[in-house]
Design a protein around this ligand. Structure first.
Ligand SMILES: Cc1cc2nc3c(=O)[nH]c(=O)nc-3n(C[C@H](O)[C@H](O)[C@H](O)COP(=O)(O)OP(=O)(O)OC[C@H]3O[C@@H](n4cnc5c(N)ncnc54)[C@H](O)[C@@H]3O)c2cc1C
Length: 385
């Protein structure tokens, strides 16, 4: 399975590959050493056209398909998963506004997002609600002309710099998931404060952090998913995210395999090179087979999302397999490189931390299994009838 691209999409992908090699690869370790999100590179990526990838041309974007977003994410992740995830989240808000917001909101916010002047994020998680998303307690109370939001969001990619967030809040705790609604929040307005970016074990380019909202007023026009549709909208967006996280795991794992293979071909030992040892060669061959399998699952999920087909299961299989594969094989590639694999000039340590991130974001590996098991047991139950 492949994801054929149009000529225009191929051109954009080539630009992304060039951008990744010139802006991301040479700087990614510095960002990590400085434990910072590279806002200047997010801006450069936006100006290069990536922020508007999915935004129609009449709204200032490139009007391209979801498959290209997934492929761009894969290429950026070869060099820095954390930056790729940050860029893709920023793009996500642009796409959402272009799809769902009224014209007035599009005109107000899209130009600054596409120029990288305002960075976007998606805020579902809270200090006390991660996997159990329906348990969020950030509240939205209806008032004249809008809503008043109170609560805290945590573990939000891009929170270090984001000005705009797609925020989910509970409008009626008694209604459970049916009370969840989605709002476009402008974090530059009163009642929104940023908490300091989180210090994590690696992947600081992701700019993860949080926001506190205190009596923040958001006008009706920025209610983008009405109560009743918010939860479903969030689940649809995580299916898309799971499919591109899977392509990103393929990109970063394959880059590590290529690096380890090059190293093994040059590293002399016992009168030959370590690549001569079949046990070692086969480890990389097995890793490559897993990348090929992960990519098939990932691209299948991407196509399901793009065509509007049922995507929950394909996305769950793809993300689970790819996340576990990245965890396992990045560590294996480091082992194959011996102590050299730990050195700063190689990306392996940095990307290993990102493989951990991949197993949390947009639903943990266990939550993917829950989705798969739920379908499996429902199916079995149905067959018994
Ligand atoms: C770097 C980073 C960036 C992130 N970016 C964003 C973002 O942009 N926006 C956003 O909203 N969130 C973001 N997240 C949060 C992410 O979505 C959550 O970490 C994830 O949903 C898991 O929630 P949790 O960490 O609170 O774990 P918990 O929900 O507390 O889970 C803890 C453990 O219990 C397991 N578990 C929970 N429920 C079940 C179950 N039913 N069955 C089996 N096992 C279960 C989990 O798999 C996990 O192993 C980010 C996280 C990280 C690390």
């Amino acid at each position: 399975m492949d994801l054929p691209l149009t000529d225009a999409e191929e051109d954009m992908l080539a630009r992304a590959v060039h951008f990744a090699e010139t802006h991301v690869a040479p700087n990614a370790q510095d960002w990590e050493d400085e434990r910072r999100q590279p806002i200047e590179t997010l801006k450069a990526g936006s100006l290069a056209g990536f922020a508007g990838l999915e935004v129609p041309e009449n709204l200032g974007g490139a009007g391209m398909r979801f498959r290209l977003k997934a492929r761009v994410a894969e290429e950026l992740a070869r060099h820095c998963f954390a930056f790729s995830f940050s860029m893709i989240n920023h793009m996500g808000l642009a796409g959402k506004i272009a799809r769902d917001a009224p014209e007035e909101i599009q005109k107000r916010y899209l130009p600054e997002i596409l120029a990288g002047e305002a960075i976007g994020c998606a805020a579902l998680s809270e200090p006390n609600a991660g996997s159990d998303f329906a348990a969020i307690t950030t509240s939205a109370k209806k008032v004249d002309g809008g809503w008043v939001i109170n609560g805290e969001k945590a573990w939000i990619t891009n929170a270090a710099h984001a000005d705009l967030m797609f925020l989910y809040a509970q409008t009626d705790p008694a209604a459970g998931w049916r009370g969840v609604a989605g709002f476009l929040i402008d974090a530059r307005e009163d009642g929104v404060s940023r908490v300091p970016p989180f210090q994590i074990m690696g992947g600081h380019a992701i700019g993860v952090g949080g926001f506190i909202l205190k009596d923040h007023f958001v006008p009706d026009i920025r209610l983008m998913s009405v109560p009743g549709s918010g939860f479903k909208a969030a689940m649809a967006s995580v299916n898309a995210a799971r499919s591109y996280v899977a392509t990103m795991c393929c990109g970063m794992t394959e880059a590590a395999i290529e690096l380890a293979a090059r190293h093994a071909s040059n590293r002399a030992a016992f009168g030959g090179h370590i690549a001569d040892f079949q046990g070692l060669r086969w480890q990389l061959a097995d890793a490559q087979t897993d990348v090929e399998a992960a990519r098939l699952l990932a691209y299948r999920a991407v196509l399901a999302v793009e065509t509007g087909a049922e995507a929950e299961l394909p996305a769950a299989h793809a993300k689970k397999f790819a996340g576990k594969m990245a965890d396992q094989h990045l560590a294996r590639c480091m082992q194959i490189m011996g102590a050299a694999g730990m050195r700063r000039e190689y990306p392996l340590g940095r990307q290993i931390a990102c493989a951990r991130i991949a197993n949390y974001v947009d639903g943990t590996t266990e939550i993917q299994n829950e989705r798969i098991a739920r379908a499996l047991f429902n199916r079995k139950k149905g067959q018994e009838k």
